[in-house]
Design a protein around this ligand. Structure first.
Ligand code: MLT
Length: 407
């Protein structure tokens, strides 16, 4: 009889957001009259901007015409998009990234999960806590996590708590991990790290030969000066860091899917004989073998973001969500909640009131106010006693949710 991958059997039976969706479905089926406001998973509500829609229509016409039809594309992305990414997201900010270091994909979730394919299962991993669950769960799947302990931590993963006690700033790891995940602006807390803080992590990785997996999916929400948009703004980061970017929250691509990953040519690890191995060709080999490229249509859509019109439109949408976040911060603070985030991020991270656990607060908000959020404990043990709300709903629903919570 064939055997399954045992690692999967060690995981909690469902992924965090699937569990939230299951509970909300059960509730809405039992209470069809309830007007439920969803501020749980970070899914956007604003439509794609006109520049993208125009480009998508044109691309559909291309696909209907023999001369302009596109079948399989380059696995790492079309030149027309990659060159714009390099120009707008990096060179215009004075950051050194070249075209052959960019790999377009169907999203940052896939890439942050798949990157483990090119890393040894012997690597020790460190994450911040709370953390986007994909980083931990995919390492469990790969066999890097060890055993799940009673305190909710995996025995081979090092956790760097981020709570009100340390102002949500993680300390450097003590256990000399080989691979470190950072996500800034942070999911789930909505907090940021300054240039000086990020420099400590880059320096640490250079000193200890660790790889930094930097998830910059929320970069477009940064509005404050001293918050880097890319890890490559930090000196030496090209030697140690891979950066993940997403068009999901930036441009409303959660449904049509697109992201990209930057793997600098200087970045090298060791093979089991101690020889240097560059990661860029390994990731290229992985992608060309397991991925057939993001669709031509989607890439044409994204290309349109890199125009004056596209940039303006997309900024307007992000500003809309950031204004929602400001409404939430004010509403929650006025109602007596302690919260952080929501300034350079679409997430607001709330301390649960009256010592409620995260899931107790989830049930309370859903049952009493018909508001869906995400329990902080779902993001890791240090998320217990916290709760995440997203600013991705409409203004009307955001205002309504806040007035229900102020009640
Ligand atoms: C979240 O809510 O944390 C994100 O939407 C999940 C994701 O991007 O996969």
């Amino acid at each position: 009889m064939f055997q399954v991958n045992d690692n999967f059997t060690m995981l909690p039976s469902s992924y965090l957001f699937s569990e939230v969706a299951r509970r909300v479905k059960a509730y809405t089926e039992a209470h069809p009259e309830a007007e439920v406001i969803r501020m749980g998973i970070g899914d956007v509500t604003r439509p794609l901007c006109p520049a993208v829609i125009d480009a998508l229509h044109k691309a559909v016409d291309d696909e209907g015409c023999a001369e302009r039809f596109h079948g399989y594309g380059p696995e790492q992305g079309y030149d027309f998009l990659v060159s714009k990414i390099v120009e707008y997201d990096y060179r215009r900010r004075g950051i050194d990234v070249s075209e052959d270091e960019v790999f377009v994909s169907d999203g940052a979730k896939s890439d942050t999960g798949n990157i483990g394919d090119i890393l040894s299962t012997a690597n020790r991993v460190a994450v911040t806590d709370p953390v986007y669950p994909v980083y931990v769960d995919t390492n469990v799947m790969a066999g890097r996590a060890g055993m799940l302990r009673k305190d909710g931590r995996w025995s081979n993963i090092e956790y760097q708590p981020c709570t009100a006690e340390n102002n949500f700033i993680p300390s450097l790891p003590a256990g000399k991990p080989d691979v470190i995940y950072l996500c800034y602006p942070n999911n789930p807390t909505g907090t940021t790290l300054t240039r000086e803080e990020l420099k400590k992590w880059v320096d640490y990785c250079r000193k200890h030969g660790a790889l930094l997996l930097f998830d910059a999916a929320y970069e477009a929400f940064i509005r404050e000066e001293n918050v880097p948009h890319s890890i490559y703004e930090i000196e030496g980061a090209r030697e140690v860091a891979i950066e993940f970017r997403s068009f999901s929250k930036t441009a409303g691509f959660t449904g049509i899917r697109l992201g990209y990953t930057v793997v600098p040519r200087e970045l090298k690890g060791k093979d089991s004989d101690g020889n240097d191995v560059a990661l860029n060709p390994l990731w290229r080999r992985r992608q060309t073998t397991k991925f057939n490229g993001a669709s031509y249509l989607t890439q044409r859509g994204a290309e349109a973001l890199y125009t004056e019109e596209g940039q303006r439109q997309v900024r307007e949408t992000i500003d809309y969500y950031l204004e929602n976040a400001a409404v939430m911060r004010k509403g929650l603070t006025d109602a007596g909640y302690e919260c952080v985030g929501g300034v350079n991020s679409p997430y607001v991270w709330i301390k649960t009131p009256d010592g409620m656990t995260s899931w107790e607060f989830f049930d309370f908000l859903l049952n009493k106010y018909h508001i869906v959020g995400t329990p902080g404990s779902g993001f890791g043990p240090s998320g217990e006693g916290y709760f995440r709300l997203t600013a991705f709903n409409t203004r009307e629903n955001t205002v309504k949710a806040m007035s229900r919570m102020a009640d």
